[in-house]
Design a protein around this ligand. Structure first.
Ligand code: ZN
Length: 256
């Protein structure tokens, strides 16, 4: 059973709006946040995604290469995943599983801190990330995740643990997954990952502007919106630029 979840900040970076929402706001640069989710179950703690790589604070180009100048990542002190866990009195060693929505650099930057944990990734994502097509290699920074980690590969929709269901939502990347969380008080949240970057993607029914396969991404967007409607789940987008959304969400989550 899932007792409680927390949204953790993992830094911010600049992005052209049209990369978040296909065909919208080209030339408009937004500063967006990156988030992980900490899950407390009756069996221990898990994480969804690990955010931007904090090694980039000291060595931006060494960490993100040429992309560092373009996206200008920034961390506040409490954005570093290890520190946010300590602030919640959770020792990183207590994290038993990390569920990875997909393996792009802004979702794998803290994998290095959880070498003891089991990483849950869709098989299609793992295979692509280990050998990405060359035009996708800027998004897949292999030194973030290709070392001695324990991967457990899953395929398609499945129940991972009671209250944690994995939903296969490819399109943004070949093996993207989203996570439906059911709290023990019955409230439900869909951690969409980049299957839904912003609220506007849902309003306009438009996928990310940066898709491995756009048509598949549209199907995944519709899948999540349908599951949300049928189950009464709140969809949590990955990079909503309006901070009010996450502020309100945190207030809601703190009531559990
Ligand atoms: Zn992302």
């Amino acid at each position: 059973m899932v007792k409680k979840i927390w949204l953790l900040n993992n830094g911010t970076f600049n992005i052209d709006k049209s990369i978040l929402i296909s065909g919208r706001g080209m030339g408009k640069v937004l500063r967006i946040g990156v988030y992980s989710v900490l899950i407390e179950t009756d069996k221990g703690y898990m994480l969804i995604d690990t955010g931007l790589n904090p090694n980039g604070i000291e060595a931006p180009e060494g960490t993100w290469g040429k992309l560092a100048k373009v996206i200008a990542p920034r961390f506040e002190d409490e954005d570093i995943i290890i520190k946010s866990l300590y602030n919640l009195k959770v020792n990183p060693e207590q994290i038993t599983h990390v569920i990875n929505t997909h393996m792009h650099f802004d979702h794998t930057g803290g994998h290095q801190f959880f070498k003891h944990a089991t990483f849950i990734v869709q098989k299609a994502e793992y295979r692509f990330a280990m050998n990405p097509d060359s035009h996708w290699s800027a998004s897949y920074m292999k030194d973030h995740y290709d070392f001695n980690l324990n991967y457990e590969l899953v395929e398609g929709d499945c129940e991972l643990f009671p209250g944690i269901d994995l939903l296969f939502t490819p399109g943004h990347s070949p093996g993207h997954q989203s996570i439906l969380i059911t709290l023990e008080d019955g409230r439900r949240f869909i951690i969409a990952g980049d299957a839904i970057n912003t609220l506007e993607n849902m309003d306009r029914k438009l996928p990310s502007g940066q898709c491995w396969d756009e048509q598949t991404a549209i199907l995944s967007l519709h899948k999540l919106m349908t599951i949300s409607r049928l189950t009464g789940s709140v969809i949590v987008p990955s990079h909503e630029p309006d901070p009010t959304f996450y502020h309100t969400l945190r207030e809601t989550l703190s009531k559990s």
